[in-house]
Write a protein that binds this ligand. Structure first.
Ligand code: N01
Length: 486
């Protein structure tokens, strides 16, 4: 490397991965780093999702930054508010809170003369040598196309737009959807509601996930011996990556069979055969993101709960009318119908050097090079870009691996005689071809509808093992990149 130049670097998104990128860039000696955040607080998904029962179903000792071990997790799988506080604490401790420009949603990026000119909802934000997007994939709520929403006389909102003055206690509550979110809401609220109607379009496989509090003695041991925290991290990440994550991509049939058996035995605990039948999915375990829950089946068998499988016809003043003509009277409706995973950081307009927009590049689906970059868009790097390991993987682990790779690309453009790096189109084509060839081996392609696959058949998640991902993220294959000299 010759005569390093100081770079201006923009990070878009102050969620868990944007905070990590800011910390690591500062640690690598980059002084001029700005984090743009559309909201008025950090935390991303853990800020936006505040529904009752919100928990990260990836065990906490694996869902943490490698550089910020935490001996004090309250539970094996900790509540969302605790994770938000952990992200906030990490940002504060590593001194990056002051780098965040809040209420600044980046709306446009134009590449000119080796720099990205950014515009936000506040106006021009200046020019940056490199941009790292860290916007996550689960942040554009999807609302169902069901008529009559405005007719409903009670409170209605999306699970990711929880209205904080609302309490479910003593209310007749309707929950639409049966994804991970809805299942957590049902488990957490059935004991306090006056009635809970779960509107199911598609049954889900549910893996029993015992969740328990860590005892004070265990936390004290973790505190006294950092090596214990580390070995728990390594044990959990190794187990997740070699069993579950390998199973869904067809690499560990034995583990897959064990997961199937665990789900089937779990379902068999539902006592009423008719309810059990209605809760039985007609697709393979893992095709949709697997639900992890130790309390859902208990909750849905509670006398206060009702599983509604007649399709929803419309909202009405009293609640929801189903196709059988029945009106389900409700005080509150929670729309837990998920997110548009494929929108990424759009509606932002990203205009590359040749006049090509990212919308044009992605007109047939989001495709990049090795999850982190897109041909024709130099110095535009993505954490959680297309085909990243998502779903039941640990997002923080993925994000750190991607950052390690991006950091090496940034090192390259720090060299005095280099202005830009971008993947070669043929390298991206080869990568995307290999993704398509690989997809049929995964359980995601076995015939179900899920947010993993877009309308054009592109897969949103990494179709190989996590070990391969980590290896591929280890260092760039420089032959796959165009490196422009200034
Ligand atoms: O959303 P989803 P989510 N009428 O897309 C149904 C992460 N997460 O918010 O299957 C009726 O999974 C839809 O039905 P169908 C995790 O990655 C993590 O629950 O399409 N129903 C489905 O049941 C997760 O996967 C944690 O037929 C309609 C549901 O809505 C992701 O977030 C916790 C409908 C949507 O399920 C998204 O989960 C929570 C309609 N018109 C979430 N439209 C952790 O613990 C849709 N549905 C880490």
């Amino acid at each position: 490397m010759t005569n390093n130049r100081q770079l201006r670097i923009a990070i878009i998104g102050a969620g868990a991965s944007g905070i990590m990128a800011a910390i690591k860039l500062r640690q690598a000696g980059h002084e001029d780093v700005t984090v743009f955040e559309k909201a008025h607080d950090l935390g991303g998904t853990w800020r936006d999702n505040r529904y009752p029962g919100i928990t990260c179903d990836v065990p906490s000792h694996a869902y943490r930054y490698s550089f910020e071990p935490n001996p004090d997790w309250s539970r094996v799988c900790s509540p969302g508010a605790e994770i938000l506080e952990y992200v906030r604490h990490t940002a504060r401790k590593h001194g990056v809170e002051g780098l965040i420009r809040y209420d600044s949603e980046i709306t446009r990026a134009d590449y000119r003369d080796g720099k990205w000119l950014l515009e936000s909802t506040r106006g021009s934000e200046g020019a940056f040598h490199a941009v790292i997007t860290a916007t996550g994939v689960l942040h554009h709520p999807v609302y169902p196309d069901i008529p009559g929403l405005e007719d409903f006389g009670g409170r209605v909102f999306h699970s990711a737009r929880w209205e904080d003055d609302v309490s479910l206690a003593g209310k007749r509550v309707g929950v639409i959807g049966t994804g991970s979110t809805a299942i957590q809401i049902v488990g957490a609220s059935v004991a306090e509601v006056a009635g809970l109607s779960l509107f199911q379009r598609t049954a889900q496989w549910v893996l029993p996930l015992p969740n328990r509090d860590y005892e004070e003695g265990e936390k004290a041991q973790f505190r006294a011996d950092p090596a214990l925290v580390e070995s728990e991290y390594l044990r959990l990440t190794h187990r997740m990556n070699t069993t579950f994550s390998a199973a869904v991509v067809g690499e560990n049939p034995k583990a897959y069979d064990q997961i199937v058996t665990a789900c089937e035995e779990h379902l068999a605990t539902v006592r009423d055969p008719e309810l059990r039948r209605r809760l039985t999915p007609d697709y393979k375990v893992g095709c949709k993101r697997l639900i992890m829950s130790g309390d859902f089946y208990t909750a849905i068998q509670d006398p206060m709960a009702e599983l509604v499988t007649d399709p929803i016809d419309r909202f009405c003043a009293q609640g929801i009318r189903t196709a059988d003509g029945r009106v389900h009277e409700l005080d509150i409706i929670v729309i837990a119908t998920g997110f548009d995973t494929h929108r990424f950081f759009r509606p932002m307009q990203v205009n590359g050097p040749g006049g090509q927009t990212l919308d044009q590049a992605w007109s047939e689906g989001n495709q990049g090079y090795l999850t982190v970059a897109v041909p024709g868009f130099p110095n535009w790097f993505m954490i959680g870009g297309p085909t990243s390991p998502i779903g039941n993987f640990s997002w923080l682990l993925t994000a750190e691996a991607q950052f390690g790779y991006i950091r090496q690309l940034i090192d390259r453009i720090s060299e005095a005689d280099v202005t830009a790096v971008a993947p070669k189109p043929e390298a991206a084509d080869a990568f995307n071809r290999s993704v398509r060839e690989r997809l049929p081996q995964t359980v995601w392609a076995t015939g179900c509808q899920s947010w993993y696959i877009d309308s054009a058949g592109n897969i949103a998640s990494w179709p190989w093992t996590f070990d391969k991902f980590r290896n591929d993220m280890d260092q760039p294959v420089w032959d796959d990149f165009e490196v422009s000299a200034g």
